[in-house]
Design a protein around this ligand. Sequence first.
Ligand SMILES: [Zn+2]
Length: 81
Amino acid sequence: MSANTIRKAKKLVEGGGVAKIEDDLFQIKSSSDPEKSYFVTSNTCECPGFKNFYKFHHGKGLKANCSHLEAIRIFKQEDQA
Ligand SMILES: [Zn+2]
């Protein structure tokens, strides 16, 4: 995963862009459009980056990632701390 993705994810968490809805459902603000937000679980995301990943890498056995999924990971770690 790129350092840029992690940096973006950290910014989302630190900026309060992550809201927990349910145990495995989060609402995360879009970093490009503050008016927009995505519903994200621990392994799926609604954002175009996530959807495009599977479009471009379909069938290669890779797991898609995006800054939102990474933000949840960071958010959960901080939650436990
Ligand atoms: Zn995403």
